[in-house]
Design a protein around this ligand. Structure first.
Ligand code: SAH
Ligand code: SF4
Ligand code: F3S
Length: 435
């Protein structure tokens, strides 16, 4: 009783990509070792961590407005500690302390391991140094779900796409030794996890003692892990060897997230993506030839500086031509410090919005058509838990990463189940378990 009274509480709020979500799991892992327990409400916490994202301006604004709201809590309880982590922390460093005095700690994605030391000081701390050792660290991870797990395999990015802030916030590419990754995944398997997603800003440029195909082969040999996924792949690094490995390795799922960004080769060059639309198209053909039912999802940026009507039409044609299974599309947001921020030909927000909604509208029809084609088929799903959209149902995913909701009971969670697809929606499927 006394112990639980004395226990410290932490509230972590996460913005941004899966890598950030996973970094929050690492922070929680470290803090649990320090005697903290996680809370869902900032009011119950002794420590509040904002794990931030600066990929687009909107993400940044959202963070600052939430940070502002916490100020009154700190006023009432001066011993409350507030930390800013993640990509905004890395980019703005000490400036955050100056701008928002109620912040105590600022630390970047390469300095998560400093968390314990930070908590022991009573002074403000800023930890944003480059940390080349990051790939050698095996930090504890606190995972809430027991079925699917995310595992970092490489950190940073060397690509410097002209619009992107990530190389400035996550530093240079560093891959973890394959042995460490193997050990972590084997540990997950013995703890009952069924699926792993290998994480990196550029997973397929993974290189340590083995390359990415070699790593997949190693992980594929781990008994108990039924499904292996990975995000995000760069089209430039998608080799034939990797396509063959995806085809041959039975646990590697038939899905790839392969950001295209634009259908115009001229814009792709301005973006410094390292491939033309034709190169991308050829790789998609190879993927489809090797793995006929593969699902391919992508990211698109609408309204890059200098995007003409013709460039935009090239993107529309690409979306119609490739028929992606799903798209994440964003309005171009110039990021200070990146090359694209100073390029000419800025488009109005209105044009960007128009282009974005047209792309999404076209894709919605394609996604629905693709889902509709699965109606009547039987799919293997891994059951994850209660559906977010309908609490009366359970949810799982096909190997191709499509969400399937169905009526089931708790015993199904963590199981592989065969379901017949009885209804298609734009972003999910309805299933009925079959024997
Ligand atoms: N490493 C991954 C993705 C990183 S960010 C890759 O190379 O694809 C996720 C997505 O955010 C990108 O694919 C891109 O579509 C989008 N994005 C990145 N910077 C952006 C910006 N400045 N404005 C709008 N969208 C951006
Ligand atoms: Fe950003 Fe490009 Fe690196 Fe992806 S590959 S993180 S878009 S710089
Ligand atoms: Fe955002 Fe940083 Fe991820 S900028 S998208 S949290 S790598």
């Amino acid at each position: 009783m006394l112990f639980s009274f004395m226990k410290k509480h932490v509230y972590i709020t996460t913005f941004g990509c899966q890598m950030n979500v996973h970094d929050s799991e690492k922070m929680a892992g470290i803090l649990e070792q320090e005697g903290y327990s996680l809370r869902d409400n900032p009011k119950d916490a002794d420590l509040i961590i904002f794990n931030t994202c600066s990929i687009r301006q909107k993400a940044e604004q959202k963070f600052y407005s939430e940070l502002g709201r916490i100020k009154s809590l700190k006023k009432r309880r001066p011993d409350l500690k507030i930390a800013v982590a993640g990509c905004i922390a890395q980019q703005q460093g000490r400036a955050i302390l100056k701008k928002v005095p109620h912040v105590d700690y600022v630390f970047g994605p390469q300095n998560i391991h400093m968390l314990s030391d930070m908590l022991r000081t009573n002074k403000d701390v800023v930890a944003v140094d480059d940390n080349p050792e990051i790939a050698e660290l095996d930090l504890p991870v606190s995972r809430k779900e027991g079925v699917r797990a995310w595992v970092s395999i490489m950190y940073g990015c060397n690509n410097f796409c002209s619009y992107c802030i990530v190389p400035y916030t996550r530093g240079r590419e560093r891959s973890r030794p394959s042995e460490n990754i193997y050990r972590e995944v084997a540990g997950l398997a013995s703890n009952g996890f069924k699926e792993v997603t290998l994480l990196g800003q550029n997973v397929n440029s993974y290189r340590s003692d083995v390359d990415f195909s070699g790593l997949l082969k190693k992980i594929n040999s781990i008994e108990g892990i039924d499904r292996i996924r990975f995000v995000t792949s760069h089209p430039h690094d998608l080799s034939d060897d990797l396509i063959i490995s995806m085809k041959e390795l039975d646990r590697v799922c038939e899905h790839i997230h392969l950001p295209l960004q634009s259908g115009s080769s001229r814009i792709l060059e301005l973006m410094n993506r390292g491939y033309t639309y034709e190169d991308y198209r050829r790789k998609v053909e190879r993927l489809k030839d090797a793995i006929p039912h593969i699902s391919i999802t992508t990211d698109i940026i609408a309204g890059f500086h200098g995007e003409t009507d013709n460039d935009y039409m090239a993107t529309i044609n690409a979306v119609n031509d490739i028929e992606f299974d799903g798209i994440f599309a964003f309005k171009f947001s110039p990021r200070p410090g990146t090359r694209a921020a100073n390029m000419e030909g800025q488009l109005s927000d209105e044009i960007k919005s128009e282009r974005l909604s047209e792309i999404l509208e076209i894709q919605d029809k394609i996604s629905f058509m693709k889902n509709e084609a699965l109606r009547g088929s039987v799919q293997e799903i891994l059951v994850e838990g209660v559906s977010e959209t309908d609490k009366g149902k359970l949810t799982g995913r096909t190997r191709t990463n499509k969400i399937v909701n169905f009526r089931g009971t708790d015993v199904h969670v963590g199981q592989m189940l065969y379901v017949e697809i009885v209804e298609a929606r734009r972003h999910s499927l309805e299933g009925r378990p079959v024997r």
